[in-house]
Design a binder for this molecule. Sequence first.
Ligand code: DC
Length: 216
Amino acid sequence: MTPIVIAIDGTSASGKSTNAKLISKALGFTYVDTGAMFRTLAWFCLKEQIDIHNPKTVTNACRKWKTTLDCVDGHVRLLVAGYYPSKEIRTAETSAAVPYIAAIPKVREWMKDIQRSCTRFGNLVMEGRDIGSAIFPETNYKYYLDANLAERERRRQAEGVHEDLAQRDHRDSQRATAPLMIPLGAIVINNSGLSAEETSIQIIAHIKKTLPQNSQ
Ligand code: DC
């Protein structure tokens, strides 16, 4: 049977990760954080002193870096030369660099192949910016999360992260290749006044209404 893919897209700090994790746990599906994959490439470029503003050198690095995918506790991880950079990819420096590398068409082609290959781990809950629009446009399960800017900034500050969310969203939605957008057919949820649990309950209920019986 073809694996089912639940696509969770949305703006920065709109609750994609928390919700995608809650949904994957509730359904027993594998969780994939595609933002972590882009962050891993940005981290790798910074570490190797590759110019993130030069699409050619970044594309070259992306062709040559030695990566593997594995799945631990239901979460897919991208490893570089056998190493999983979990903390390093969350620094302010990496966050600031990632929109530049994410705008490079060849990088997005590479990411698309690796992200589609994740179905080898079974049914997926995949979060990102272009999952329902570009990576798995064929899925029937598309959700787009958003919240007002003040609320999203409050959430990031509570995590101890200070960054310009409006600027990152602007870069992500203005790029020419696979920009952040509401995918065709997506259910849009503004969760400004909702907790992650309340949001995920809505999504899980909606998914369960439409999932084939034998996958529940
Ligand atoms: O979700 P996140 O904040 O970890 O994403 C990091 C960056 O990667 C964000 O600026 C947008 C980009 N990204 C993307 O372009 N496409 C995706 N599918 C996921 C993330």
